[in-house]
Write a protein that binds this ligand. Structure first.
Ligand code: IPE
Ligand code: IPE
Ligand code: MG
Ligand code: MG
Length: 310
């Protein structure tokens, strides 16, 4: 893959592994405080919510949120509430995505899916509760801000609600389910993937940019970065579903073909899908050309997205 665009020497030497471990730990600590605060007693629903939330996700969306805030010149810790809300919304989407009425999967993040470990009803409610808790924590956080800063957090609440709802992820999930066994064209597939996965990933980047008080030019660059990366991420998810190692991924492979899902490898072949993912990642790197080394984490994450094995 061509890494010339938007790269810097410092980006090539960036310790992504150490960065990801450190940020995952920070996010996990913060998530814990938000869930401990959700209820004084450890009810069955909190146990189910925590089960999938703490099962070992990559935390890509919250890390992107912190990294975008940093790239825009802000402080990463200021982005933590939005980052945690993103991860709760994402985890809820996985719990519901795995339900028998949806993709009917038994393994997620290396463990039995929420409905297998608990019951279907509990998994539905755990998803509902994670989604609701995300907006509870954002609302609480917005209330504690100075009036000037409150507008930013209200914008983030609206942004995440839009990205997660019927104008974003839910519409994508609807199209994904409705088009099983009915081959889509390339344009329709791209729209589906942008909605089901791209919307939340680009919202994570945009939320970080808003928290870092990015100016219009920076916001524009980060927006394009998030959109390209969001689509690339789902193209790679499709590729891994065909040729990945289920032990590394912590979820089953071959299921897209079994369920006759619309995917990039099904439409373009594995080589075509890989070329598409590489092209999108190059585009995302070019979108960062105006940024200094504060965007190195974002650059390294973009490369990681196509090299990842889980
Ligand atoms: C999986 O997301 C579902 C998609 C939207 C492609 P991730 O690959 O980020 O899953 P976790 O959070 O690491 O488990
Ligand atoms: C998941 O898409 C998208 C959402 C959860 C919104 P997939 O169904 O393709 O992802 P995996 O492969 O189950 O993680
Ligand atoms: Mg699905
Ligand atoms: Mg699925």
């Amino acid at each position: 893959m061509d890494h010339r665009f938007g790269s810097s020497d410092s980006a090539k030497h960036f310790d992504l592994k150490g960065y990801l471990v450190d940020r995952r730990e920070r996010i996990d600590r913060a998530l814990k405080t938000y869930l401990d605060g959700a209820s004084a007693n450890r009810s069955e629903i909190i146990t189910a919510m925590t089960y999938t939330l703490q099962a070992g996700g990559k935390r890509l969306r919250p890390i992107l949120c912190l990294a975008a805030s940093h790239a825009a010149g802000g402080r990463e810790e200021d982005a933590l509430p939005a980052a945690c809300a993103m991860e709760m919304i994402h985890t809820y989407s996985l719990i519901h995505d795995d339900l028998p009425a949806m993709d009917d999967d038994d393994l997620r993040r290396g463990k039995p899916t929420c409905h297998k470990a608990f019951s279907e009803a509990t998994a539905i409610l755990a998803g509902d509760a994670l989604l609701t808790q995300a907006f509870h924590l954002l609302g609480d956080h917005a209330l504690r801000q100075d009036p000037g800063r409150q507008t930013t957090w209200l914008a983030i609440i609206a942004l995440l609600a839009q990205a997660a709802g019927h104008e974003g992820m839910i519409e994508g999930q609807m199209r994904d389910i409705a088009s099983e066994g009915r081959p889509l064209g390339l344009h329709e597939l791209e729209q589906l993937h942008r909605l089901k996965t791209g919307a939340l990933i680009s919202a994570a980047v945009r939320a970080g940019a808003l928290i870092g008080e990015a100016d219009d030019t920076a916001l524009d660059g980060l927006e394009r970065y998030g959109q390209c990366l969001g689509l690339a991420f789902q193209v790679v998810d499709d590729i891994l579903n065909q040729e990945g190692d289920p032990h590394l991924m912590g979820k089953a492979v071959g299921t897209d073909q079994f369920r006759q899902k619309n995917t990039y490898p099904a439409l373009l072949g594995l080589a075509g899908a890989k070329a598409k993912a590489a092209d999108l990642v190059n585009q995302s790197l070019r979108s960062l050309a105006i940024f200094d080394n504060k965007a190195d984490p974002l650059r390294a994450i973009a490369r990681y997205v196509i090299e990842r094995q889980r």
